[in-house]
Ligand binder design. Structure first.
Ligand code: B12
Ligand code: SF4
Length: 379
């Protein structure tokens, strides 16, 4: 069978499997990206979630000897919650970013890629292929760009003509030589909406992100969230997406054809207070299948406490005092102190002063003093 025919058959199979976009790229080294990744590391802009071996990231043959082609896929995800529950005083809610709605995309894309691999092996018996989604060594975006799936936006996301940047990416490296597609020529033009809207200035220049200042990253850390970012998180419990939400290519885009990604409103926009007393088991049962659960319960609870503090939700004071007094995790006690300082009032103030006399952890002590200072100045 000719390479052109194999490619046609794979495109047909992709349609049958419900893959929204498929593109083919050569497995040549990503030399430009390599330079960029080195500069990225030198500038301290990495998140730490990337594969650390830059050679492996940019030389596909290090992932699969004899690599010839990379087959890239994209799946669109929805952007709107049908009948979203209201977030209101006494019953405030947080939100998971759209990339965490429904079933974990890693699993969904992996299934699609396995289907594609099966077909490839029927067409070319003896071929080898390895699929990757997010956690593989390659840069999924660089692959998608080379395979013509979309262009690399100034917000660093891959933007497709049909679905905007609300797409997940995945790929399969193979030793089968298939005709490559050409990268798309469309681009952002003069637009700078995402750079202007980023609340932390994490997009340091077009296409360059300082992950350490990116709220999407900061929602996923397990330690204290630096004080200067706490007011900028909004209701986000996991991930962040302002740089996508403001993009003109993403406006009015809402693709709901993948049932797996449809949001359960109570899961993606949960009440904040019940999150504070959730057991590990409850967390796993309720959120375990979402992509946003991969860092566990603690960052979600920390972010929920910050949101309650920002809302100045007085009805949360008893829960926050309980955490301050009894939670074994310093991050949770310290963040509860910050929220109590924000909410203020006699009960919160007294709890902070009592905790100051008993607390032994240095960081929590710092948070307590800071919270009491804020309370005094009323800022
Ligand atoms: C680490 C990581 C993060 C980090 C860092 C993100 C970043 N921009 O670097 C954090 C935690 C912040 C993050 C956040 C998000 N992530 Co993320 N993340 C990754 C991961 C694991 C690696 C990314 C990476 O290596 N970054 C380093 C930079 C330097 O490389 P890169 O972005 O891959 O490559 C691009 C640049 O180098 C650029 N480039 C190359 N040469 C040049 C030259 C010039 C002049 C310019 C301007 C640019 C340029 O083009 C490359 C291709 O676009 C990938 C999965 C993977 N294995 O690739 C997912 C991935 C990028 N994330 C994804 C998603 C969905 C998100 C979020 C939207 C989730 C959310 N809502 O919170 C946000 C978006 C934030 C943002 N603006 O990027 C998707 C992106 C889908 C898409 N349409 O682009 C991916 C591909 C996962 C997947 N398989 O679907 N993520
Ligand atoms: S908001 Fe504008 S500059 Fe940013 S990615 Fe979208 S089109 Fe590009």
């Amino acid at each position: 069978m000719t390479p052109e025919r194999v490619k046609e058959e794979l495109i047909r199979e992709a349609k049958r499997l419900g893959i929204d976009k498929i593109g083919f790229a050569s497995a040549d080294p990503f030399l430009e990206l390599k330079e960029r990744l080195i500069r990225h590391r030198e500038a301290g802009y990495e998140s730490g979630f990337e594969e650390p071996d830059i050679d492996k990231r940019t030389h596909p043959e290090k992932c699969l000897p004899e690599a010839k082609t990379i087959i890239a896929i994209a799946l669109a995800y929805p952007t709107k919650i049908p009948d979203p529950p209201a977030s209101e005083p006494g019953a405030y809610r947080g939100v998971f970013c759209r990339a965490s709605w429904g079933e974990d995309y890693h699993r969904v894309l992996k299934r699609k890629l396995e289907g594609l691999k099966e077909r490839l092996l029927e067409l070319v018996p003896g071929a080898t292929a390895e699929e990757m989604v997010d956690t593989g060594a390659l840069s999924d975006r660089a692959v998608a760009e080379r395979a013509g799936i979309g262009w690399s936006g100034k917000n660093t996301s891959i933007i497709t003509e049909e679905f905007g940047s609300w797409v997940y990416l995945g790929e399969m490296i193979t030793d089968v030589d298939l005709p490559p597609d050409t990268p798309v020529t469309e681009g952002c033009g003069d637009c700078t909406a995402c750079l202007d809207a980023c609340p932390t200035g994490a997009l340091v220049s077009p296409g360059r992100l300082n992950s350490q200042a990116c709220l999407a990253y900061l929602t996923q850390t397990k330690g204290f969230l630096p004080v200067e970012y706490r007011d900028r998180l909004g209701p986000y419990l996991y991930g962040f997406e302002t740089c996508q939400a403001v993009c003109p290519y993403n406006r009015k885009v809402n693709f709901t054809h993948h049932n797996e990604f449809l949001p359960d409103p109570e899961q993606v926009k949960p009440l904040l207070k019940p999150l504070l007393s959730m057991s590990n088991r409850e967390f796993r049962e309720r959120f375990g299948k979402m992509a946003g659960s991969w860092r566990g319960k603690k960052p979600i609870q920390r972010n929920a406490i910050i949101a309650l503090g920002r809302y100045r939700d007085r009805t949360a004071v008893p829960d926050l005092i309980r955490l301050l007094k009894t939670d074994p995790r310093p991050v949770i006690r310290g963040t509860a102190a910050w929220a109590l300082g924000r909410i203020g009032g006699d009960e919160a103030g007294e709890a902070l002063r009592n905790a100051l006399a008993e607390e032994t952890d240095d960081q929590v002590l710092w948070e307590l003093k800071n919270a009491l200072k804020e309370e005094k100045t009323g800022s």
